[in-house]
Design a protein around this ligand. Structure first.
Ligand code: D41
Length: 680
């Protein structure tokens, strides 16, 4: 009989073998060497592939398969101890529907459709341990190991402050085994890594590895220096005494006996409430003091737990819902240098796309040159990308082995602006390179125009980044002032710009011409002048002319304006190019009415133009005008497109009609009085 190596079965045997040896070596690296070479997400994927193969061909499911064993064999140096009650593992649910399937399975096994009570708790990312108490005294601490046998780490667990050496109270069973997770809070992780770096030692990869490494110390004096914590999550062996009949009540007892339990634990009814808990905890995740990698859901009733039993090595009554991995491995394709509005050069990593933290990531910020040096980054490096919460993806570390990267190309910083070729300047106090090209630099101009059109600036509806890029590239606009002379024909010639949207955009640009002094000052993009500073400058000086005349002393009189901001304002407003742009804006009909200079006071209606019409009953129009002016508004006698708001009293006539036709905001007397009252 000839062997036919291409039969499906033979291929499956081969594939399973390869997966197993890969998993075994990654497991060894992770658990024994504390030095993983792949991310958790990648490991899970390999394991799932093997599980699928074994489900297809059960004969492949050998006793030594990584799917049959969680964790790695105990190290020889620690005494091996048996868990009299095996430490079970947890089945996983990867999405909401798998969670719903879990409840359905429970209900059909119990032959009962009524909603079940679950306890939801964060799944701490640490090391599972067992603690044995005889008559309330800690006699043994052990790692989980393979679930049946672990390592005796009694000396090490004794050093952990949150583990009671003697239980509180006297209502505990004479023989009691408590199980929980030992972990390192993030602050502790940062502290021991800072210390390692200071001593020129290799830092830990993540808090879990740091916790595992700390517990694996044969010298417990080293463990004692690590700020480890333990959070209890279940009981193992219990002999004598009486115990509660639910998980939640047991956790309460554990707390009373002196254990740390998780404060975010919650009991809920029904699986939809579990789904909701997932959403709530996911939102809290990034801000927690410790790493979690998911949620564990447990049937609360011990009677039901017993009825459900377990399958393989996992209880049927519990399930872990994993969060998307926050870290993933990928390759650095290239580093590009972006030029910002103020000329700052920011290196951006281009990555082979990778799924991390729930989204596909293909770029990561590198901040500055120092960051690249800290990482020791090279093109083509294998890197770990981290995306926690909603923050911008970052490169956490390089994982290419030293041997593999000897001849990878270094990252070369540009010596001139990558966009306009102007000289670069390095600021002394900051690690920032800047293009000196100013308005010559197309990148700076594009970013400046994007800022000018943005929501808090002139708020030009429909003028997106892509359109601005095209307009500058096609040389249709050079400065922000050129926006106001754009025609529908010019815009309609752009990519993905139909006639109708071109018309709408021109209309939006016309509307944006009526602006306010604070918006204009912000829109100009003076360095360090954000929205708040722009408002302060506007209300302090009242007009752009006054601001232009202001010397350093006058600028320093504005609250929160220091020498740096004062200097940037003066530089900007004495630059002839900038003054030419401002003049062109005025010429193009852009208007920012003066506001009553109020020194340091920020008036609520500053920069607004109001009109009063018709008969007011609570006051005369003159009194209304005074009140509005006291709030910083300018009050005029006729309605125009510049009018912010019209107050229409009784029998208002043509002004009301005009305001309506111009789309000016109109309020009646009652609304006006409410506004005055709210601002008083
Ligand atoms: O926070 C955890 N990592 C955690 C792990 C937890 N909160 N509860 C857990 N519950 C169990 C059962 C349901 C089996 C008592 C667990 C684990 N097991 C567990 N940890 C490591 C393997 C299994």
């Amino acid at each position: 009989m000839s062997d036919t190596p291409n039969s499906d079965f033979d291929l499956a045997v081969k594939a399973a073998d390869t997966l197993r040896s890969q998993l075994n070596s990654h497991n060894y690296r992770y658990y024994s060497l504390d030095d993983p070479k792949i991310s958790d997400g990648e490991y899970d994927q390999l394991l799932r592939r093997l599980e699928n193969l074994e489900a297809l061909y059960p004969v492949l499911r050998s006793a030594d398969s990584p799917t049959q064993r969680v964790g790695s064999a105990p190290l020889a140096e620690f005494e091996s101890v048996e868990h009299k009650v095996p430490m079970l593992s947890l089945a996983n649910a990867f999405d909401d529907d798998e969670l719903r399937d879990f409840e359905r399975r429970l209900q059909s096994r119990l032959d009962d459709d009524s909603a079940l009570s679950f306890v939801c708790e964060p799944k701490l990312d640490g090391v599972a341990v067992s603690l044995l108490y005889h008559d309330g005294v800690l006699v043994q601490g052990a790692t989980r190991g393979d679930g049946f046998r672990g390592e005796n780490i009694t000396a090490n667990v004794r050093t952990i402050a949150s583990i009671p050496l003697k239980l509180h109270g006297d209502d505990f069973p004479p023989v009691l085994e408590v199980r929980g997770e030992i972990y390192l809070p993030r602050a502790g992780f940062d502290a021991i890594n800072a210390e390692a770096l200071a001593k020129d030692e290799k830092p830990f990869v993540n808090p879990r590895n740091a916790a595992a490494g700390s517990l694996r110390q044969l010298d417990s004096r080293i463990t004692a220096k690590r700020p480890l914590e333990m959070c209890a999550y279940s009981l193992g062996l219990a002999e004598g005494g009486t115990l509660p009949d639910t998980h939640l009540a047991t956790m309460q007892r554990l707390k009373e006996w002196g254990f740390l339990t998780n404060s975010l634990m919650e009991s809920v009814v029904g699986i939809e409430a579990c789904v909701d808990y997932y959403q709530r905890l996911a939102a809290l995740r990034a801000g927690l003091a410790y790493d979690i990698d998911g949620i564990v859901y447990k049937v609360d009733s011990f009677r039901l737990q017993e009825a459900l039993g377990f399958v393989a090595r996992a209880p049927r009554w519990a399930i872990a819902r994993k969060f998307p991995a926050e870290e993933a491995r990928t390759r650095l394709l290239d580093v590009e240098f972006q030029v910002g509005r103020t000329g700052a050069i920011t290196p951006v990593a281009r990555l082979e796309p990778v799924f991390v933290g729930g989204v596909t990531v293909s770029n990561a910020t590198l901040h500055n040159e120092d960051e690249i040096q800290r990482l020791g980054l090279r093109i083509d490096d294998q890197v770990v990308v981290r995306r926690a919460g909603d923050v911008i993806p970052q490169i956490a570390r390089v994982v290419t082995s030293d041997a593999d990267r000897a001849d990878l190309p270094a990252i070369v910083f540009p010596t001139t602006c990558p966009v306009c070729g102007s000289a670069l300047q390095r600021s002394e106090e900051q690690a920032v390179l800047r293009c000196t090209g100013g308005l010559v630099c197309a990148a700076q101009r594009k970013e400046g125009i994007k800022h000018f059109a943005s929501r808090k600036a002139l708020d030009i509806d429909g003028l997106g980044d892509k359109i601005i890029d095209q307009l500058v590239d096609a040389k249709l606009i050079h400065t922000v002032a050129d926006l106001f002379t754009l025609t529908v024909e010019q815009l309609a010639g752009l990519d993905r710009m139909a006639n109708k949207s071109a018309t709408n955009l021109v209309a939006a640009i016309v509307v944006a011409r009526q602006t306010t002094l604070p918006r204009l000052l912000y829109a100009l993009g003076i360095r360090e002048v954000g929205e708040t500073t722009a408002k302060r400058l506007a209300t302090h000086f009242g007009s752009l002319e006054k601001l232009e005349e202001a010397n350093e002393e006058a600028l320093l009189a504005v609250s929160d304006v220091g020498p740096v901001v004062a200097d940037f304002v003066r530089q900007f407003l004495s630059n002839p190019d900038n003054l030419a742009v401002i003049a062109s804006l005025r010429e193009a009909g852009v208007a920012w009415p003066d506001i009553e200079a109020a020194g340091d006071q920020v008036l609520p209606l500053a920069g607004q133009v109001w009109v009063l019409t018709g008969t007011l009953t609570a006051m005369s129009r003159g009194q209304g005008k005074e009140q509005l002016e006291a709030l910083g508004a300018k009050v005029t006698g006729s309605v125009s497109a510049k009018t912010t708001c019209l107050v229409a009293g009784e029998s208002a006539g043509s002004k009301l009609e005009k305001a309506r036709s111009l789309g000016v905001n109109v309020i009646d007397e009652a609304e006006f009085l409410a506004l005055l009252a709210s601002e008083a």
